[in-house]
Each structure stands twice: as C-alpha cells, then as structure tokens.
Design a protein around this ligand. Structure first.
Ligand SMILES: Nc1nc2c(c(=O)[nH]1)N[C@H]1C(S)=C(S)[C@@H](COP(=O)(O)O)O[C@H]1N2
Ligand SMILES: [Mo]
Length: 170
C-alpha cells in the first residue's frame, strides 16, 4: 500500500468511527426520545418534532392528590408514525409484543400494545412534554408518560429516553 492510499484508508476509517459514535450519542441524546424495535420506521423525536403532532391534554391528580394539566401527544400517534402494529394489525402474534420504556435514571416500565390502542381502550396514554403550561422540568422531562386510568402513578415514567417494541419470548 502506498503512503497516500494508507492515509486515505485511515481517514476513511476515522470518518466511519466518527459517524458511528455520532449515531450512538444521538440515539442517547437527552433531548430526544427514540422509538425502536418492532417498528417499520425507527424514530428519534425532539419536543419540536412532537409539536407538529396533534396536541392533547389531560387534567390529572399526581400522587399527592394535586391537580396538574399535562400536554403532549397521544402515544398511539407516535406508534402510527413508527409503523408499529396497531388497530387492525394488532392481532395474532402481534398481541405478544410489549412496550419497554426506559428513563434517564434507569427506571423502566412496560405496557402492552392493547393498553395504548384506541380499538381496545378509551384510555389515551400520553407522551407529555408540558405541565401546567411549562415544558417539563429537568428530572421530569423533556418527555413523560401519563396514564390517567392507572390508580398508582408508578408507570408515569419521567425522563423517558427510549421506547422499544419487543416480542415476548419466554
Ligand atoms: N424515571 C422515573 N420515573 C418515575 C419514577 C422513577 O423512579 N423514575 N417513579 C415513579 C413512581 S413510583 C411514582 S409514584 C411517580 C411519582 O411522580 P412524581 O415525582 O411526579 O410525584 O413517578 C414515577 N415515575
Ligand atoms: Mo410510586
């Protein structure tokens, strides 16, 4: 190998490494929520991206009984954008998929797809970005799940970083 060829090969390797590192860092970015796994289109969404979706709000009581108004988008909307099996496609083996949600602090919760799908339930689970007219503060946002019908708030996962659709296998 000549010296220029060698230099070119090294610089190509460096560019590829840089790209891979950027992709990794981007997917764990504190300002985005990633949607991955059993999807047709993996997504990395910012609050600006979500602002372009239909906005909804929920007036709910927190664990201390205090009322708050959360705003954001219906989780089902995000799922439809990502090409997750919803609606008419949510049958057969697709009913054995679960939704794994991870937070910045390592907290994790799961939902099943029918809990989120309007053909199965009237509850609208929300990916919230605002509380009482303000963006969710550090430690709570930028994204939080609000599940109005849960009597306990334990699955109202704060600081959501990733949402992954996974096939259950025992
Ligand atoms: N990321 C993350 N989200 C979380 C938790 C947590 O430890 N980490 N605790 C859950 C539990 S057990 C409860 S009761 C509520 C409390 O919500 P609050 O802090 O808004 O009162 O957050 C839930 N969401
Ligand atoms: Mo809790």
């Amino acid at each position: 190998m000549t010296r220029t060829k060698f230099t070119k090969a090294i610089s190509r390797l460096l560019s590829i490494s840089f790209l891979l590192i950027s992709v990794t860092v981007f997917s764990q970015n504190a300002n985005t929520v990633s949607i991955s796994g059993e999807v047709t289109t993996a997504l990395n969404l910012t609050t600006q991206d979500l602002a372009a979706y239909k906005q909804i709000s929920h007036k709910v009581k927190d664990r201390d009984g205090k009322e708050h108004e959360f705003k954001g988008v219906a989780l089902i909307e995000v799922f439809e954008k990502a090409g997750i099996t919803t609606g008419g496609k949510l049958r057969g083996e697709n009913l054995a998929k679960y939704v794994l949600i991870k937070a910045a602090d390592g907290y994790e919760v799961i939902y099943s797809l029918p809990e989120i799908d309007p053909e199965f339930t009237d509850q609208v689970i929300m990916l919230a970005t605002e509380k009482d007219g303000q963006p969710l503060p550090n430690g709570e946002g930028p994204f939080r799940i609000i599940t109005p019908n849960d009597k306990k708030q334990a699955r109202w996962i704060r600081e959501v970083r990733s949402i992954k659709i996974v096939f259950a296998k025992d």
